[in-house]
Design a protein around this ligand. Structure first.
Ligand SMILES: O=c1ccn([C@@H]2O[C@H](COP(=O)(O)O)[C@@H](O)[C@H]2O)c(=O)[nH]1
Length: 269
């Protein structure tokens, strides 16, 4: 089953709320944990236990694990494995992108099921040229994985690059055109998604395409359900993604679960 088909079914079953598992140093301390590998492990696995049986997608942010070196990566491996065992799809937020030959190594690291970091999907940066992502796209196709390409990110600095003009449109518009092409004909949903922040203002790009959208910036960065409606209309394949807004409710597992239930209800309504 392709990633697009798995995601479509997961959203129908569990809703479109995606929880980011981002062990910020400040959150570890707020939870009464130490800012070290032991604290990281307790934090991350508690979040997995709280949300992974209930959400369609979890999104660990690799940077927060990488800062502890190989022992942090070992925790990330467990987060990926245990989240998948609990029925959640794992979208690993790594924002990789490089020359083609190096992109192949990234693809092997994150999308080949033989890798200990194998995930259902990853985020990638297209700013070395969309074609530099070809090895990642091809590997994803081979292994039924997904790829989410940065298009209109949630941070205020993004427009400098993403709204730059190319031909008749913008850089972001060009990325969305590539995604439209990659997902053409896919049923019920393509596997190649766009990252479009829940915080973006009015924009000229055509956001309609036959693939999923990751919408970070929902919650702590100010994005709301009303913003999602304004930006995406009723598109059901938009993953509203929030990390700190949920994580700060911990270590109370029930409070995090309630937030998932409430948010999914709000997104459905
Ligand atoms: O455009 C983007 C792309 C990715 N992110 C990532 O999402 C989370 C947001 O965390 P919050 O605590 O909900 O603000 C984080 O991992 C970012 O690296 C993004 O914010 N914007």
């Amino acid at each position: 089953m392709t990633f697009g088909a798995r995601l479509y079914a997961a959203i129908a079953d569990r809703g479109s709320f995606c929880v980011g598992i981002d062990p910020h140093s400040a959150l570890l301390l707020d939870w009464g944990l130490t800012d070290d590998v032991a604290g990281l492990e307790t934090f991350a696995l508690t979040v997995v236990e709280a949300v992974a049986p209930y959400v369609s997608v979890v999104k660990p942010q690799s940077a927060f694990y990488e800062r502890f070196g190989s022992r942090g990566i070992a925790v990330l491996e467990r987060v990926i494995a245990e989240s998948r065992a609990a029925g959640a799809l794992v979208l690993l937020d790594v924002k990789r992108g490089d020359i083609g030959s190096t992109s192949q190594a990234y693809a092997d690291a994150y999308l080949d099921p033989a890798s200990p970091l194998a995930s259902d999907a990853i985020t990638v940066s297209p700013f070395l040229g969309f074609g530099s992502l070809d090895p990642i796209i091809d590997t994803a196709r081979r292994h039924d994985a997904g790829v989410f390409v940065l298009a209109l990110t949630s941070n205020k600095e993004g427009p400098e690059v993403q709204h730059a003009r190319v031909d008749e449109g913008t850089v972001a518009g060009r990325m969305l055109d590539h995604l439209r092409h990659l997902n053409a004909g896919a049923e019920p949903l393509g596997s190649f998604g766009a990252v479009v922040g829940a915080t973006i203002g009015a924009t000229e790009e055509d956001l309609a395409f036959n693939g999923p959208v990751l919408a970070p910036g929902y919650g702590a960065q100010g994005g709301t359900t009303a913003d999602l409606r304004r930006i995406f209309g009723g598109n059901p394949a938009v993953l509203a993604s929030s990390s700190r807004e949920v994580l700060r409710l911990g270590p109370d597992v029930e409070a995090m679960r309630d937030a998932v239930r409430r948010t999914n209800d709000e997104l459905r309504s």
